[in-house]
Every structure is written in C-alpha cells, then in structure tokens.
Write a protein that binds this ligand. Structure first.
Ligand code: ADP
Ligand code: MG
Length: 502
C-alpha cells in the first residue's frame, strides 16, 4: 500500500539462511567470589554473615555547592595529605563492615565524631569550613562513590571520564573539560569501580579487567582496569538524564529547525521504519526517545535495550533489557534473543535501543513483516556508512546471503535514516534526514530530504549553519503520510524549509 513494502509483496524475497555460526561462548569470568571492595582492611575481622558493604550513594546528600565550587574545587597538596592521614587513622579506628550496617545518617554521624576526634588529637590546623569539606569527602569515600560524588550530583554533566587517579574529565554542554577532582591513588579508584560493579553482581580486577555496569540511577558505566589500561583504571560514566530532552528543546538548541522537527514528527507518527545513525554521544538515544513521543497511544510498543534509557509516554509499552553473563559466564540474554522473542509478543512497533550485531537481521525482518514504525539506533557516521554497517552486522550473524539479497532486505525494511552528529564546536545536530528508496542494479539508492549546511563559524568558534530541504517536494513516504492524513503538514514543512534556503 505504501511504497516499497506494499508494492513488491508478490515477489518479496524470502531469505533462506544457514544456521548461524555458533556464537563463541562468553569468556568465563575468572573464578572467585565477587568480593565487595571495602576501602581498607577492617579493624575487626568481618562477621561471617555480615552483609557486603552497600554503597549508600543516594542517601549521601552533598551540601549545595557554590557555582565556582561546582566547577571543581582546587585543593592543595596539603589538603590531600591531611585527608589521607585522617583517613588512615579513621580506618584504623572503625570497622568498616560494621559501619556499612548502619543507616547512612547514623554512619555519617559516627564518621563525623571520629574524624573530629582525629583532627583534635592530631592537631591539624583547619578552619571549620575546611573541616566540613574534609568530612564530606571522607563520608563520600566510605559510604558513596568518593571523589565522584560531586560530579554525580550535578545534572548538567553528560559524561564523566576518569583516566587513572589523577585525570578526571567531564562533558558539559557538548564540551569536554578537565576537572580538579582526583583520587587518592589508583587503588582508591579501583575500589570505587569495584563497588559500582559489585552492585550488579559483577567484578573488576586484574583477572577480569573489563566490565559494564549501571549505577542505581540508571547511568551507564564502563570500567577497564590495568593491565589493559596502562596508566591506571579508566572509568567512563554516561550519566542518566531523568528529564530527557524533547524535540522542542532540540529545536531550541538548534539541533534541528522547527520545520525539520515537523518532518521528524510526521515520520514518527506515520510509522516509517527508522534507523537513527550517529557516533557515540551524538544524541541518538535522545532523538529516539523524542520520536517515540509521536507514536499513537493505542499502539503496543516493545522496547529492547542494553540498559533501559528510553522513557516512553504511551500506556501500552513492554520494556525489555538484555543481561550480561554472570560470573560463571552463564545466563547471558543477548539483544538478539530479545528481538526474536519480541516477535512472539504481538508488538505493533519494536524499538531497539542500540543495534550492534546480528539482531539487525531480526529487526529488519520485523520491519518488513507488519511491524511498521519500528526503530533503532546504529553507530555510524553517515547514512551511507550506516547501510554498510547494517550489511556487515548481518554478515556477523553468520548468514551467507548474496550481497544483493541482503541489500534488497535492507531496502525493503528501512524507510528513513536520521543522522545525528556532534560537531567540532561541541554542538549536536541532526545532519541528514535521508530516505532509502530502492535499488539500482546492486546499489542501494538513497535520497536526502533535509540536510544541515555548515556556512562558517562565528568569532567564538561556534559553527553557523542551517537546515535546508533538498527540494524534494514529495518524499517516498508521501503515500504513507497521506494515509495518516499528514500530507498537508508534510508539504507545508518541506516548502517552508525550501523558502528559508533561498
Ligand atoms: N541536541 C542536543 N543538544 C544538547 N545536548 C544533547 C543533544 N542531544 C543529546 N544531548 C545530550 O548528549 C548526551 C548524549 O546523548 P545520547 O542521546 O545518550 O547519545 P548517544 O545515544 O548517541 O550515545 C546526553 O546527555 C544528552 O542529553
Ligand atoms: Mg545511546
């Protein structure tokens, strides 16, 4: 009925495929118990049934910081030196495993009393405010995520990147900047990483130095420890934003023009199959989340994600999440398992947070077998590269289909590729809205509908540009738009963009 999928119904290629090559067994994690890191040797032997030290991050309320303090407090060597002395004295005095049993408030009180005593006994010269700061730092170390706490408490940070104990970078407003935050040493950093990953039942150490995890607030965490990370543990946190950006906000930021946003809304509404392509942190997930806003409330939507980030507003949504293997290397549930299972759940649309591997084939199958309006994101730098990535991901699944057949499947499934990019000035833009329209010989033909043209840069190095229509008055999904009664809106948006470009 609408374009590609409808027209070639009679002779649509039904792919036959060989049994996929067995996926290599997940590398079994090194044997051993998931020893929860305690920051230092407890003064008394831990009780056999003592619960593992539970980080009490949420309960640790950092006092509000003045703006200039927020930017990263410069602390002197003396401060770190004093702190390290107080800290050693503290862990000589108290039993951390017992402390962990207390509720966070009592634990804090306990630490406060002892730290004050230590400062008095050792005669450290400190002002009240310095003392408060020291206490805060130490509580964060013992009860929370140490020096990361002030960064985790900030809402304006997109990513936290820790490269060894002395270099901590953050991304704010699209710009990466170094902070003055540092860890006492590599061991403290590794202990905090261990504490984070042990919450999801994993561990990180020399024998299993790579680990993905998640903070209780939903932030995604990756840890890679020495010896793989040569200069100390590298910890990367993609912070979870509770309030996801809306399409209107993206317009305000200039990520897309108002008319471009209108086109996106229509694409989402009229059930085009969409792939959002972009590099890491280019705004793919954000955009996917925005598009889901335009799904009708009556539709049954199933989402598959590695870690649940999407926040759909519709009532009829089933959210699924993959699972990494446990310490014994068992129990993994892959994205592919989820997408396949989805198909048995009578979805109207399937949304895959991030398509990385052979699950792409199952998603494409779903797209061209009645689950119009399915969506996913793919890591690639242009719509063309995105198509190539899809082909190679299909090959990863062990299917041995002729290249042309693979391309026919791609063309038969995907309607629109939306390209997101983080430009060199740190701004995030939608750079292409591109349709996949058909094949010419062996080649997939695409057509750009909207492009972002960079015109130059201003005095502050910010790029100037605008979103322009390429003059396609009637995109390939026109019939689809008409079916949903959106053709007039579509025509108006495209026309307005053309006028702007003149
Ligand atoms: N257009 C935008 N303008 C400003 N910030 C954005 C924009 N799009 C996304 N972000 C922010 O950038 C970060 C990364 O976005 P995300 O969608 O998770 O990227 P990806 O999925 O491509 O890795 C998030 O913190 C998000 O809020
Ligand atoms: Mg993402």
């Amino acid at each position: 009925m609408f374009g590609k999928r409808g027209n070639d119904d009679g002779n649509r290629f039904k792919p036959e495929f060989r049994q996929p090559a067995p996926t290599p067994a997940a590398a079994p994690a090194a044997a051993g118990s998931a020893d929860t890191a305690v920051l230092a040797r407890p003064a008394a032997a831990p009780q056999p049934n003592a619960p593992a030290a539970q980080p009490a991050r949420r309960a640790v309320e950092a006092p509000p910081l003045a703006p200039e303090q927020k930017r990263g407090r410069e602390k002197s060597e003396t401060y770190y030196d004093t702190k390290s002395q107080v800290f050693s004295a503290l862990i000589d005095t108290i039993d951390l495993s017992q402390l962990a049993k207390l509720d966070p408030e009592s634990a804090r009180e306990e630490i406060r009393d002892i730290v004050n005593d230590i400062i008095a006994i050792k005669n450290f010269a400190m002002s009240i405010s310095e003392q408060e700061e020291l206490l805060e730092d130490i509580c964060n170390d013992v009860l929370g995520y140490g020096p990361l706490e002030p960064l985790l408490a900030r809402d304006d940070i997109a990513d936290i990147m820790v490269n060894g104990s002395k270099n901590v970078y953050i991304e704010v407003n699209g710009k990466v900047e170094q902070t003055s935050i540092r860890f006492r040493d590599n061991q403290q950093l590794l202990n905090i990483c261990q504490r984070i990953v042990s919450q999801v039942g994993r561990r990180v150490d020399e024998s299993s130095p790579i680990c993905d995890a998640r903070l209780p607030d939903g932030s995604r965490v990756n840890v890679i420890a020495p010896p793989l990370a040569i200069d100390g543990t590298a910890l990367t946190i993609r912070k979870f934003k509770k309030d996801k950006l809306t399409l209107d906000q993206l317009v305000k930021f200039g990520a897309i023009s108002p008319q471009g946003a209108e086109v996106l809304k229509i694409i989402g509404r009229v059930r085009c199959n969409i792939v959002i392509s972009g590099g890491t942190g280019s705004g793919k997930t954000t955009l996917l989340n925005c598009l889901t806003n335009y799904i009708d409330r009556e539709e049954r939507v199933i989402t598959c994600e590695d870690s649940a980030e999407l926040q759909l507003q519709q009532p009829h949504v089933v959210r699924l999440e993959t699972r990494p293997p446990n310490l014994e290397g068992e129990g993994e549930v892959t994205m592919r398992d989820l997408v396949k299972n989805c198909l048995r759940m009578r979805p109207e649309r399937i949304i895959v947070g991030e398509v990385r591997g052979p699950e792409v084939f199952d998603l494409l199958q779903a797209m061209n077998t009645g689950h119009d309006g399915s969506m996913g994101t793919i890591h690639s730098n242009s719509p063309r590269e995105c198509l190539n990535r899809i082909e190679s991901m299909i090959a990863m699944g062990g299917y041995s289909l002729p290249q042309k057949t693979v391309r026919e499947i791609v063309v038969g499934s995907i309607d629109v590729i939306i390209q997101a990019a983080r430009l060199r000035d740190g701004s995030r833009r939608i750079t292409h809205i591109t349709e996949v329209i058909g094949m010419e010989g062996d080649v997939i033909i695409t057509q750009d509908i909207v492009l972002y043209n960079i015109k130059g840069e201003d005095a502050n190095g910010r790029l100037l540009g605008e979103h322009v229509s390429t003059g396609i008055g009637r995109p390939h999904f026109w019939d689809r738009a008409r079916y949903y009664g959106e053709e007039q809106r579509l025509a108006t948006a495209l026309e307005a963009m053309e006028k702007r470009a003149d």
